[in-house]
Design a protein around this ligand. Structure first.
Ligand code: CTP
Length: 445
């Protein structure tokens, strides 16, 4: 019953950045002073063994997790957000980074007589509640044991043979998000769900356990999938296993699959053209999934998944405009660059990867590239402040003038800052844009 152990400190040192190693070492020292045992668990341990960087520190404490978090924050800094009810806490840093601390619950009442032994095994309890063997390993952090791998369920071996395996038969019933997680880890690490686990997934899908999930949790997992670097195989697998229909009952997978399969290449090309990764990393794939539906259906889906107003607008704009944009870029006659740009800009930036997959002929792709490059290069240097400096009253005319300037630049009518300033001034004057009122000196006598 004792776990396989070996020391993985050298791997940790190789894979983890100094800041993380520092936090782990301090956690061990703080725990030692409190007479607790502390472990890093979950994804970090898995990724260290795979030699993949992972910055998520999840600590399990055999002891009072909240006290531990408070003491640790005194040493490493950060603000503690405790959750008394669960005995967990987060240590939050100003740069947005955070460390999770949970209490490995010791079941005193269950085994009142055998406290030491139970304390020993509380980590095991904690690990047993987790999703897959590869995610159920821990690494000890107390100074005398730092780097000792605790592997009760042969997670290391499963990592080596590439097997996604649950710890018990009720795993997917207890937590149906694990079906999506199995798909995500399998594809991310190029592993395989082992046969018994696959049977349990199929059984759970047959029993419609996913329908019992809250949409929040469903969306959380779906978003994680769409934020992976290659979601397309995960989406294939979702369809294969009958999971897709729970997430997007309105959308036939095979209708959007060809576009989805071309997304990775489109993303790569766009990055080469200088397209910056959007903050909402999941959105390009989400748009690819939804582009073929109607506005109404898309709206329903966005509401179901609690998308904000701005994000919903991006979805609806994409659906409203991609066809017209496609038509303009594929037109046989010459269209001025400014015109093309205006059309492309009816689409949100996040829809560009989708849009690129939809462009068929070389000419259209070349035009799209031209638009993207010129938007980068031709951005005028004149701004609202400059216009104010010319004495014009702030108002809607500012935008209109800057828009005109931008088009003039795209079409090569002006080339430097002096010309830009002159253009804007002439433009506003010709339209009688209101001037800032200056106090006239009072007439004397
Ligand atoms: N976990 C679980 N069941 C879930 C979610 C999480 O058992 N439904 C456990 C796993 O042990 C997992 C850990 O909580 O390793 C942390 O979860 P999370 O941060 O979501 O996943 P990671 O494994 O860290 O994966 P990723 O690399 O995608 O962050």
């Amino acid at each position: 019953n004792s776990p396989k152990s070996s020391n993985i400190r050298p791997d940790m040192q190789r894979v983890l950045p100094g800041r993380i190693m520092g936090i782990l070492a301090k956690a061990g020292e703080v725990a030692e002073n409190l007479n607790y045992q502390v472990y890093a668990v979950g994804g970090l341990v898995r990724d260290v063994l795979l030699k993949v960087e992972n910055l998520d520190v999840d600590l399990v404490v055999e002891g009072d997790g909240i006290l531990m978090a408070n003491k640790l924050a005194e040493v490493i800094g950060g603000r503690v957000r405790p959750h008394e009810k669960f005995g967990t806490a987060e240590i939050l840093f100003p740069d947005g980074y955070w460390v999770d601390v949970v209490t490995a619950r010791v079941e005193y009442y269950e085994y009142p007589a055998a406290l030491p032994q139970v304390e020993q095994s509380s980590l095991k309890h904690d690990l047993y509640r987790r999703d897959f063997t590869i995610n159920a390993m821990a690494v000890a952090l107390n100074p005398g044991r730092f780097g000792e791998l605790v592997d009760y369920f042969n997670g290391r071996e499963d990592l080596q043979i590439g097997a996604i395996r649950v710890l018990h038969n009720l795993s997917f019933i207890e937590d149906p998000t694990r079906i999506l997680r199995a798909i995500r880890f399998e594809q991310r690490y190029d592993m395989a769900v082992e046969p018994q686990t696959m049977r349990l997934i199929k059984e759970a899908v047959r029993e419609k356990v996913i329908a019992r999930l809250s949409t929040e949790r469903m969306w959380g997992e779906l978003k994680s999938i769409l934020e992976e670097s290659d979601p397309e195989h995960m989406l294939d697998r979702m369809s294969e296993l009958g999971v897709w229909d729970y997430l997007f009952p309105e959308i036939t997978f095979w209708e959007v699959q060809p576009v989805i399969s071309e997304m990775p290449q489109a993303l790569m090309i766009l990055r080469n053209w200088g397209w910056a990764e959007p903050a909402e990393k999941w959105l390009p794939y989400f748009l690819a999934i939804l582009h073929w539906t109607t506005q109404d259906t898309a709206h329903t889906i966005c509401q179901r998944y609690f998308l904000g107003r701005r994000q919903t607008d991006k979805v609806l704009d994409t659906i409203a405009h991609w066809r017209a944009a496609l038509k303009s870029l594929s037109a046989t006659e010459d269209v001025p660059l400014s015109e093309l740009t205006k059309i492309v800009q009816t689409l949100p930036r996040e829809a560009y990867p989708l849009f690129l997959t939809l462009l068929e002929d070389k000419m259209a792709i070349r035009r799209f590239r031209l638009v993207m490059e010129s938007v980068h290069r031709q951005k005028p240097s004149v701004n609202g402040k400059d216009i104010r400096g010319m004495g014009f009253k702030p108002g809607p005319m500012y935008r209109i003038a800057l828009d005109a300037l931008w088009r003039a630049r795209l079409d090569g009518l002006i080339s430097d800052r002096d010309e830009e300033l002159a253009y804007v001034k002439a433009y506003l004057e010709s339209r009688n844009a209101p001037k800032i009122e200056t106090k006239q000196p009072e007439a004397v006598g």
